[in-house]
Design a protein around this ligand. Structure first.
Ligand SMILES: *[C@@H]1O[C@H](CO)[C@@H](O)[C@H](O)[C@H]1NC(C)=O
Ligand SMILES: *[C@@H]1O[C@H](CO)[C@@H](O)[C@H](O)[C@H]1NC(C)=O
Ligand SMILES: *[C@@H]1O[C@H](CO)[C@@H](O)[C@H](O)[C@H]1NC(C)=O
Ligand SMILES: *[C@@H]1O[C@H](CO)[C@@H](O)[C@H](O)[C@H]1NC(C)=O
Length: 306
C-alpha cells in the first residue's frame, strides 16, 4: 500500500510541478523506474552514526541531479531534522519538495525551528480513530483497581511526577503520591495513536483462534488434540483469513501479503498563519488516491531546473 500511495502522491505532485519540465528534451538518468512509472534519480542512505557534515554531503549529492526536486524521506525525526537543517546550511530552502513517511506524519518534532525549510512538504499518516471506550477504561484506572499492568506503579510515578511508598526511585526529593491522583484530571491525557490497531490485532488473533477451534474441535468446547498439534503455519492461515468490523468500525482483513488495507490521511505543511499548526489535511488514500488539489499549496521552487 505504502509504495502505491507514495508513487501516486509523487505522480500528483509531478503533474503540478513538472509540467514545465516535460517541455525540455533532456534525457534524465534514472536509477530505476518504480512501479508507478516514476523516475528515481538516486537512492541515498543516511549513515547510522552521523555528523552534520554527513547531511551536508547528502544535500550535495541530491543537488547533483538538480532537476530531481522531489525527495521522499524514510527517516526518523532526528534524521529529518538533519536533512532540513543541511538544506538551510546549503542555502537551498525552496529547492526541494519533501515527501514524508508516516514517521514524519503531522508531528512538530521533526521541523521545530526548521519550519521554513519544511514548507510545502507532503506527509502521510495512517488513518486512526480515537476509541472512546479505551479512554473511559484507562482514565478510570487507579492504584487500587489496576490488576494486571505490572508497570502501572512506575507509570503512576512518571505521569504524576511523584513517588510511591513502594518506589524504587532513588531520587529523595520528589514529592509523595497521594494515590488520589486521577489520569486526565491531574495530568494531561491523550490517547496514544495506535490504540485502535492494538485492539484490532488482539481481536484478529481471537477470531482466528475461535475459527480454528470450530473447525478442528467441532465436538468440544475447549482445545482438542488436533488443535494442539496444528502448529503456527495453520494458525497463521486462520489469522490471515479473518474478516470482522474493527474497533473503529472499519473492516479488518489481510491481503495476500498479510497486509491490512492501507488507509492514510495526506497532509501538507503550509506556512503557519498564526491559527495553529501548519499541517493541513489535503487528501486521503483508501484503495485509491483522493487529493484535494484546491487545498495544496503549489510551491514555486527556487533556482533553475537545469
Ligand atoms: C542546525 O545545525 C547547526 C550546525 O550543526 C546547529 O548548530 C543548529 O543547532 C541546528 N539547528 C536546528 C534548529 O536544529
Ligand atoms: C460491519 O459493519 C457494517 C456496516 O456498519 C455492517 O453492515 C456489517 O454487517 C458488519 N459486519 C459484521 C461482520 O459485523
Ligand atoms: C490560516 O490557515 C488555515 C489552515 O491552513 C486556514 O483554514 C485559514 O483560512 C488561514 N487563514 C488565513 C487568514 O489565511
Ligand atoms: C476540497 O477543499 C475545499 C475547501 O476546504 C472544500 O470546499 C471541498 O469540498 C474539498 N473537496 C473534496 C473533494 O474534499
Amino acid at each position: 500500500g505504502l509504495e502505491i500511495i507514495k508513487s501516486q502522491i509523487i505522480a500528483a505532485i509531478m503533474l503540478i510541478q513538472l509540467a514545465a519540465v516535460s517541455l525540455h528534451s533532456r534525457v534524465h538518468p534514472c536509477v530505476f523506474i518504480s512501479a508507478g512509472g516514476i523516475c528515481i534519480a538516486q537512492s541515498l542512505k543516511i549513515p547510522h552514526e552521523h555528523k552534520p557534515s554527513d547531511f551536508d554531503k547528502i544535500i550535495r549529492q541530491l543537488l547533483d541531479t538538480r532537476y530531481a526536486r522531489t525527495v521522499v524521506l524514510f527517516a526518523s525525526d532526528e534524521d529529518i531534522r538533519g536533512i532540513l537543517n543541511a538544506s538551510k546550511r546549503a542555502d537551498q530552502v525552496g529547492h526541494f519538495l519533501w515527501i514524508g513517511s508516516d514517521s514524519w506524519g503531522s508531528k512538530n518534532s521533526p521541523i521545530h525551528q526548521l519550519e521554513d525549510a519544511a514548507v510545502g512538504a507532503i506527509t502521510i499518516l495512517p488513518k486512526r480513530a480515537t476509541i472512546s471506550g479505551f479512554d473511559a477504561y484507562f482514565m478510570s484506572r487507579t492504584l487500587e483497581n489496576n490488576r494486571r499492568n505490572v508497570w502501572f506503579a512506575e507509570y503512576w510515578e512518571e505521569n504524576f511526577n511523584c513517588k510511591l511508598m513502594s518506589s524504587s526511585k532513588k531520587d529523595d526529593s520528589s514529592r509523595k503520591c497521594t494515590g488520589q491522583e486521577r489520569i486526565g484530571v491531574d495530568s494531561k491525557y491523550e490517547q496514544e495513536g495506535k490504540v485502535q490497531f492494538v485492539i484490532d490485532a488482539v481481536y484478529a488473533m481471537a477470531h482466528a483462534l475461535h475459527n480454528m477451534q470450530r473447525d478442528l474441535c467441532p465436538d468440544v468446547s475447549g482445545i482438542c488434540l488436533e488443535m494442539e498439534l496444528a502448529g503456527g503455519k495453520k494458525l497463521l492461515k486462520y489469522i490471515r483469513s479473518v474478516s470482522f468490523n474493527g474497533s473503529a468500525g472499519t473492516s479488518v482483513t489481510f491481503n495476500r501479503n498479510g497486509d491490512a488495507p492501507g488507509r492514510y490521511d495526506l497532509f501538507q505543511y503550509q506556512r503557519s498563519n498564526g491559527t495553529g499548526s501548519g499541517y493541513r489535511a489535503v487528501g486521503q488514500w483508501t484503495e485509491t488516491l483522493q487529493l484535494n488539489v484546491s487545498l495544496i499549496l503549489v510551491l514555486v521552487l527556487t533556482g533553475s531546473w537545469f
